[in-house]
Design a protein around this ligand. Structure first.
Ligand code: FE2
Length: 269
């Protein structure tokens, strides 16, 4: 696969137009709709709307690394479930045959190889809804804050399943920001999740760029690249599928939030 690795090294991201076929975009959206239709929102919606259910809510999240779980938008009120979810995560690629097939197609494996992965492992997958009107903001962050290996190898593959632009909350990035330090780590501490500041360096002052992406575009995000997305206040959805890879050659932090004791990580085979 012919990648502009110089641009990736320079910017910390790479935008690959028409990476995913129309048929595969259709397949992921249709499958997500089926999963949502089969999801019984009763208990989970209660979990997420009741303040004193914090412990159950935390467990629902903490165990989602090896499961398919549904998370609501903060601003969701009386919307139907299909218009109220923030995301589905985090093992779609291992537990659902459609997501498995699309995630492990040769083109994605070739991309991982071209990016320099020696032992690529598919760690995490998320179906991101960014719903019309209520799709929440995602603040500036580095993915290595959440998925840590030593050395850092986490790489995001973000695929637009709807056209994404400034109006519906496309990705924003700070070019070259991946050369800075990892600022924070979000990790397990006993039963709890904590965020530690490792380096108080502010985000670079470079102007953010909007990574507008037509449907089927794949954006590669370096694990240390600061990125964000604005809320979606438009009337259009902005569905996306995000897959995070790590290299099996690196050491996976035993206190990462994402632990899969019953579901070994797999590569593309
Ligand atoms: Fe991210």
């Amino acid at each position: 696969m012919n990648l502009d690795l110089a641009a990736y090294d320079r910017d910390g991201f790479l935008v690959l137009k028409d990476f995913l076929s129309v048929a595969d975009c259709d397949a992921l959206q249709a499958r997500a709709a089926e999963l949502v239709a089969a999801f019984d929102p009763g208990p989970a919606r209660t979990v997420f709307s009741t303040r004193d259910q914090g412990h159950a809510r935390d467990r629902y999240f903490q165990e989602s690394g090896g499961a398919i779980r549904f998370f609501f938008e903060d601003e969701a009120t009386d919307q139907p479930v299909a218009l109220a979810l923030n995301k589905i995560g985090h093992a779609l690629h291992d537990l659902d045959p459609v997501f498995d097939r699309v995630s492990r197609q040769p083109r994605v494996a070739e991309l991982a190889e071209a990016l320099g992965f020696r032992q690529p492992l598919l760690l995490q997958s998320m179906y991101l809804f960014k719903q019309p009107h209520i799709g929440g903001e995602v603040g500036w962050h580095q993915d290595a804050t959440y998925l840590h290996t030593r050395p850092s190898t986490v790489t995001g593959l973000w695929i637009a399943l709807d056209d994404a632009d400034r109006d519906n909350g496309c990705l924003m990035a700070l070019p070259d920001g991946h050369r800075g330090p990892l600022r924070q780590r979000f990790h397990r501490s006993g039963e709890a999740m904590v965020t530690d500041t490792l380096d108080a360096a502010p985000w670079p002052t470079t102007s953010p760029v909007a990574l507008e992406a037509r449907r089927g575009t794949l954006v590669v995000l370096h694990g240390l690249l600061p990125h964000a997305s604005a809320p979606n206040r438009s009337g259009r959805p902005r569905h996306a599928y995000a897959l995070h890879l790590i290299d099996g050659c690196a050491e996976y932090a035993s206190d990462n939030w994402l632990q899969r004791p019953d579901l070994p990580l797999r590569g593309f085979a």
